[in-house]
Design a protein around this ligand. Structure first.
Ligand code: ADP
Ligand code: MG
Length: 374
């Protein structure tokens, strides 16, 4: 699909785009309150052209409200939204170059799949019947439903219905497709298929996708960039790898991927790297400017079995829990000498000699824990 006419218009050369020529949507200091409830506290966010951007965060953090603000179903209490460089204030949803796909995709059961997809276009006086037919066909092709145009939505599986909803949103070729947890009602296998599909779609069409989910695993798998929200604010934006490797806070570290957060102490470097000491069971080099009391994030894959019990970063532990995960086994290890209740998640490749609960193991911290000022 190509971008609709008008989406090609470059952002107006005004001084307000911070030089971000690639900005398609720009939110500046956006706040949205409902009575005493603050749904979005202070959001400054840029969606770039042709990207798949995912907003993640716990339930109630303001993700849906953000999409509704961008699509024009809500107006900001404070702050500005610009789309294609133009202020969106006062522009109703149907005149914005955006399209919102809801979690619940209400398809018309008395219409065929093709009629459902073309419904919005047919009401557009600028689009002729031939053009509607061509666009519907191309939208159905995009979601792999080429042969299903004449079928009734009721005859389709849940995943296929979700694709019809996607096709219906893609058919008017929006510059920004806003997706609010569209896969959350699907089972895991279908969700995996649809997430691959989303990535493929995002590469195939010219518009940007702004995708909302509380499923961080999915976010990491498909996104160009992730924005992590908490309590109505964006707390970090970056590529999945950057956010995973360099979380900005303990909250992000535990929300994006699995981790164990432990309290420790950083000693400044005496010629070498500073060291992090956790309890009296392990000391490991870290890259940080922090000193004194810290919170450290130790990812499961940073914990390995070792034969070298004398190494600084090695420790003795008791296996508390073992969860088989196929390619690796997830253990919970209780380090010997650690405070009561301290356990460390460890992801260890399955071997001929798997560990069982209660067993003792020599383990080591093999990566660099990320350290936060406590
Ligand atoms: P999320 O999509 O991240 O779960 P929402 O954007 O739906 O979060 O909601 C953010 C907060 O704003 C929640 O506390 C929610 O209850 C509140 N909220 C959202 N919409 C409304 C509304 N129309 N009226 C009152 N409160 C609302
Ligand atoms: Mg929501």
């Amino acid at each position: 699909m190509t971008a609709r006419a008008g989406a090609e218009t470059p952002p107006s050369g005004g001084g307000h785009d911070d030089g971000e020529a690639a900005a398609l949507v720009r939110l500046d200091g956006v706040r949205k309150t409902y009575g005493d409830t603050t749904a979005v506290a202070d959001l400054t966010l840029t969606l770039r052209r042709n990207e798949l951007f995912t907003l993640v965060g716990p339930s109630g953090c303001g993700k849906t409200t953000t999409l509704r603000l961008i699509s024009g179903f809500e107006s900001p209490t404070e702050g500005t939204i610009r789309i294609n460089g133009e202020p969106a204030t006062g522009v109703p949803p149907e005149r914005r170059d955006t399209n919102l796909v809801f979690q619940q995709h209400a398809l018309f059961s008395h219409m065929s799949v093709a009629e459902n997809v073309g419904y919005g276009l047919e009401k557009d006086p600028d689009v002729g019947a031939d053009e509607v037919a061509r666009r519907v066909e191309s939208a159905l092709d995009l979601v792999n439903l080429t042969e299903s145009g004449e079928r009734s939505p009721g005859a389709l599986s849940g995943g296929q219905q979700q694709r019809v909803a996607l096709a219906r949103a893609l058919v008017n070729e929006p510059a920004v497709l806003l997706l609010d947890e569209p896969l959350s009602s699907l089972d895991r296998t279908l969700r995996k298929q649809m997430q691959a599909e989303l990535r493929r779609l995002s590469d195939a069409v010219e518009g940007s996708f702004c995708y909302v989910t509380h499923d961080q695993e999915l976010a990491m798998a498909v996104s160009d960039r992730i924005g992590v929200m908490r309590d109505g604010e964006l707390v970090q934006v970056g590529t999945p790898a950057a956010v995973y490797r360099n979380p900005a806070s303990p909250f992000v570290a535990s929300f994006i991927g699995d981790t164990t957060l432990v309290d420790g102490t950083v000693e400044p470097a005496a010629g070498g790297a500073p060291t992090l000491t956790v309890g009296d069971w392990v000391t490991v080099p870290v890259a940080t400017d922090a000193t004194g009391t810290v919170t450290a994030s130790i990812r499961p894959e940073m914990v390995a079995r070792t034969d070298d019990a004398a190494a600084d970063h090695a420790f003795e532990a008791v296996v508390r829990e073992r969860t088989f995960q196929g390619e690796a086994v997830r253990y919970r290890l209780a380090p010997v000498g650690a405070a009561e209740g301290v356990t460390l998640a460890a992801s260890i490749r399955d071997t001929d000699a798997p560990l069982s609960a209660g067993e003792r193991v020599t383990a080591a911290i093999t990566g660099d824990p990320v350290v936060f000022d406590a």
